[in-house]
Design a protein around this ligand. Structure first.
Ligand code: GMT
Length: 380
């Protein structure tokens, strides 16, 4: 198939899923075209495999807000026509599904059908989509999609509840390439030595540092852990909450125990160096970071929110707590780090579950089958 993919190319789970899916699909022999305003960060170095089409938004003094969604729709329809695309797959409903809908209508005038699939990722439903300013158009574009998928059953239910949509929503979970996200003990040891002394535990947090991630809780939890256990914290990613997190770390006098590493391209190399991941989010529709950690034998201490309980079995592949319960999360981390046998059992159980349920080789064919059914039923 010839497939166009649109996503937010910045640091975020939906862009990661879109990019990894594009790479996996290209490896399976499909022709993949990314259409976005910048090259998704995980595509760097994969240009041999995938074509990238940049959407440039021309400005005009009259425009206080340059209309990206219109430029995107135009580019989608052009790429679909010039490269004879069978299907568009848009990740994150706003505004991508609206642009895809316009592109489909533009092409219909020439007698061409361009079906599109919308994948719902999280805040496109729970926050932005639920905002009255966007709700009607998000709801319309979801209903008009040729196919809709969501990354967890939680998000499927939430979409029905928020939008009252009657469109069938297929749940296809996040996935991880278990051959790339894997712990190699020697490599892990080398990376670990760059950040921690022998005998120190290593905790990690990975996100785009937005308020929903509760970065301050990460620092507060670590401050309590660091009092009881010699430890370092690796903060991977960047975003609006970073400076307040650094300020808090300074105030709590633990800044020298935390490495703020910024945005990293190859988190698969870093994750296996950690003992534990912290993900105390306000909401997660799935929790891709925790899955990537699980595949690398790193269990996560998380909040029991959204789709996380679908991924993490409490007490088996990780530990779940109420939002904001810093004390309980810190205590659990301390107990786990002081009990290496239990930590190892949990690490291994996580890896097993990642392999059993969430490997790219298990999940990507579900997208492939879905695409085929959409192309078939849309008469291409
Ligand atoms: O977080 C968002 O606002 C959207 C999205 C993104 O672009 O990073 O993250 C969501 O999608 C990921 C990939 O499908 C999920 O693993 C995350 O749980 C989800 N984030 C939230 O629900 C907050």
């Amino acid at each position: 198939m010839k497939i166009g993919i649109t996503c937010y190319p910045t640091y975020g789970g939906s862009g990661v899923v879109a990019t990894e899916l594009g790479i996996e699909m290209a490896n399976r022999g499909h022709e993949i075209h990314f259409i976005s305003y910048a090259q998704p960060f995980r595509l760097t170095g994969r240009e041999d495999l995938i074509r990238y089409h940049e959407v440039s938004v021309s400005n005009y003094p009259l425009f206080e807000f340059p209309p990206y969604d219109l430029a995107l729709a135009t580019h989608m329809s052009e790429v679909a026509e010039y490269y004879d695309l069978d299907l568009l797959h848009v990740h994150y409903a706003i505004p991508h599904s609206v642009s895809a809908l316009l592109a489909r209508q533009m092409l219909a005038r020439t007698g061409r059908r361009l079906p599109f699939v919308t994948t719902l990722h999280g805040t496109d439903i729970t926050l932005v989509g639920a905002d009255r300013a966007y709700l009607p158009i998000t709801s319309y574009a979801i209903d008009e999609s040729d196919g809709v998928t969501s990354i967890s059953d939680y998000l499927r239910r939430k979409t029905i509840e928020t939008f009252g949509t009657t469109r069938p929503i297929k749940v296809i979970s996040n996935f991880v390439n278990c051959d790339i996200y894997v712990r190699n003990p020697e490599e892990a040891q080398k990376i670990r030595a760059q950040y921690a002394q022998p005998g120190e535990s290593v905790l990690v947090h990975l996100s785009n540092f937005r308020p929903v991630k509760r970065i301050q809780d990460v620092i507060q939890i670590f401050a309590r852990v660091a009092k009881e256990v010699p430890a370092k914290l690796l903060m991977v990613g960047d975003g609006p909450e970073r400076s307040s997190a650094e300020w808090l770390a300074k105030n709590l006098k633990i800044h020298d125990r935390i490495h703020f590493l910024g945005k990293l391209d190859h988190v698969n190399e870093l994750l296996p160096a950690a003992d534990l991941m912290l993900m105390p989010s306000e909401l997660e529709s799935f929790g891709l970071a925790a899955l990537e950690a699980m595949a690398c034998e790193v269990p996560t201490i998380s909040t029991a929110v959204g789709g996380v309980p679908e991924l993490i079995e409490n007490g088996v592949t990780g530990l779940l707590f109420p939002v904001g319960d810093i004390e309980a999360m810190a205590q659990a981390a301390i107990e786990l780090l002081q009990n290496p046998e239990r930590l190892q059992t949990m690490s291994k159980a996580g890896r097993c579950e990642a392999q059993r349920t969430y490997c790219a080789s298990k999940v990507v064919p579900k997208y492939e089958k879905f695409y085929e059914s959409i192309v078939r039923t849309s008469g291409n």
